[in-house]
Design a protein around this ligand. Sequence first.
Ligand SMILES: [Fe+2]
Length: 495
Amino acid sequence: MVSSGPYHGEFIRRLRTIPVHGLGLSVDVHAPDLTSLRRSLQERQVPPAYLEVFRTTPKALASTRKQVGDGLLTYHGEGLWLTQPEMADSTAFEQEIAEAAKHLMLLQSAWLNHECATKYVAGYHYGTYVPPLYTPLSADVVAHNTRLIQHLLDRQCRLTNGNTPLMLLEMPPLTYFVAGTMSIPTFFRVISERAPCGLVLDVGHLWTVFRYSDAHRAMSLTRFIEDFLGEFPMDRVVEIHVAGLAIHESYRALASRLTRDMDDDSLPAWIDAHAAPIPTVLFEMLDQILCHPQLTSLKGLALEVDTKPVELIVDEFAEFSRRYGALFYRLTHAEQAAPDFEVRSVLECPREIPSTQPLQEAYDRYAQVLVGKTEPVGSEWSQDKAGIQELDLYRSLYLPYELLHWGGNLEDMFVESCRRLRERDVSLDGFVAFWFREPRPLVGAYDFFLLKVDRFVEFVHEVAPELHGIAEREAEELRQAYRFANEPGVPAQVS
Ligand SMILES: [Fe+2]
């Protein structure tokens, strides 16, 4: 299906200002260290054509810009919770937009890639992305919020070439379940009809849709991709990501026991895992995706490799370049018969959308479902239970792991506090219940690590008030170490 309408015209106008970026790497400049990664890529003579950089401090972004000279950099933002109906009401939103604009200008990024997912639902905070409710009202809200963000960037973010970065939405992965009543490709089609944004298609995320929407029981992977791409607005895809997949640590022991009993058509319970090797199946999927006739807006093709060993990144990128270099060049330099759209020069300020109260209530229920306080029933949940068969893995394994171990193991972070809690027979499982006991509003820029540190001090104060001083001392040491780790010195220049 080909996109049309005023927002598509606006998208095309913005797209025309963006150069072809080529084959790149999407990285976290701290993990692995960017200087040594770039050196190893140079030594193998496979320098990436661009780097997509995940959000970090302005100092680290400025240092990255300096390090790569004139090289192309793009930005993978975070903290703009555009799936949430109350996004613009939060006091943190203005701060997040101003920060995103500053980061985009530091990098001189042609686009702002943001996951179409959230780490904040109805007052509850998460360490990793929670996918949106896939419903018609939710698509409407995402489109509205995306237009608003683009409008604010138009006002606050002007690159030196005179352009404004284009907003890209990345289709998020599924982690064991899907929530909603609408098919995922239709959800993105509706958004693209109502906003001038581009899209990022992540091949690993697409695999998780095949796996957790239960499509794999009904059809082959090839057929699934064909159907999915037939509905997904492929002419809005500006970037494609490929990253690793793996069984999650919280599920590994259980999964190896279950493997013995799996029937032949079962697929592994992989989820998105940037540190893991990229499985071959994703390149087979990419081959099929790159053949799609509506893939007419592609500017970049990147491996997403944060937290992965340097040697593995270099090996994978060398093979990736060998396999896709020439094809990508042909695809992006083919003469496109671009339709002549009537375009508006500046996006109008988005008007108020219809009441979002029902969606806010649906997200309230969603947060309760995620933590297991209520069951997935209600108009926002599909009658077909195929997509929630493994929801309990998220609730009972993944989510507690996220709070106790992800982004910092509590027992390693608060060594003395945890030892003394153990002496008092206080289980850390209580921290999970404490975290989700009541909603808390968003305050300031989103940082899960610092939030976890603050909340743990509060938890200790509640369950063992006499340990408060110890917890606070450990917390202050953690905050200082964190600040130091995120503000490294200027990396050495790579020749
Ligand atoms: Fe991605």
